[in-house]
Write a protein that binds this ligand. Sequence first.
Ligand SMILES: *Cc1c(COP(=O)(O)O)cnc(C)c1O
Length: 239
Amino acid sequence: MDTPEERLAAVLENVAAAAARSGRTADDIELVAVSKTHDLDAIRRVAEAGHALFGESRVQEAKAKIPLLPGRLRWHFIGHLQKNKIRAALPLFELFHSVDSLEIAQQFQRIAGEEGHRPKVLLEVNVAGEASKFGFAPDKLQAQIDEVIALDRLEIVGLMAMAPLAPEPENSRPYFRELRELRDRLERDAGVGLPQLSMGMSGDYSVAIEEGATLVRVGSAIFGTRAGKKWSPAGGEDA
Ligand SMILES: *Cc1c(COP(=O)(O)O)cnc(C)c1O
C-alpha cells in the first residue's frame, strides 16, 4: 500500500463500505482529497487515478497550484479563512467548508456581493470546545443562525467539524453525532436546509460516514504523511 493510486483505491473502498453500513451508497459521499503541502506531481497522480475533488487550506498555496493543474479538477477550501484572503479565494473554490464565525460570514457576504459571487459555504462548529480550534460554539450558532442565514450572498448548505485528535477512531463518534444532532435542531428550529455534513479525516472518516457525513476530508491516507512538508511557491515543489 505505498502508491497514491493504491491508497486512493483503499480509501474509496472504505468509503463505500461505511456508506453501506449507514444505509447509503458511495455516491452519497464525496471524498475530498486534501492536497495541502503536496506537490503538483503528487496531485496529478491522484487526479490521473480518476479523482477530481481536492481540498486546500491556504489561499496563497491554492492560488499558486490550481492554475497549473487540469481545469477539470474541483477545489474545496477547508482552512481558516482570513479576512484579507476572501477576495482571492472566491473564484478558486466551489465550496468553503470553514466559515467559522459570524464576523467572517459578514465579511464574506460583503465581498461576495462586491465580486458578484454567491459562494456555497458550510459553517464550521467547534464541537469539542477546543481553545486551539476555530468554529462556532454550538450554542452560539443556535443563537446566531437567523443572522447567518439572512446573509443572502452566501448559500449555506451544511456544517463542518473536526473531532479532537485521539488514538482511536471511535473516540470521534460522539462529536460527529453531536454535529449531526445540532444540524437536525437547526433545520427544525430555523427552518433551513443543511444537507451537507463535512466530518471525518484520515483517522476517522469511516466512523464519520456511519454518523452521517456527506463529505469526508482525507489527506494523509491518500497522499502519505505531511511530516516536515511545506509548500514552496518558488520551486513549485516541496522542500
Ligand atoms: C489537513 C486537514 C484534513 C486532512 O487531514 P488528514 O489527517 O491528513 O486526513 C482534513 N480537514 C482539515 C480541516 C484539515 O486541515
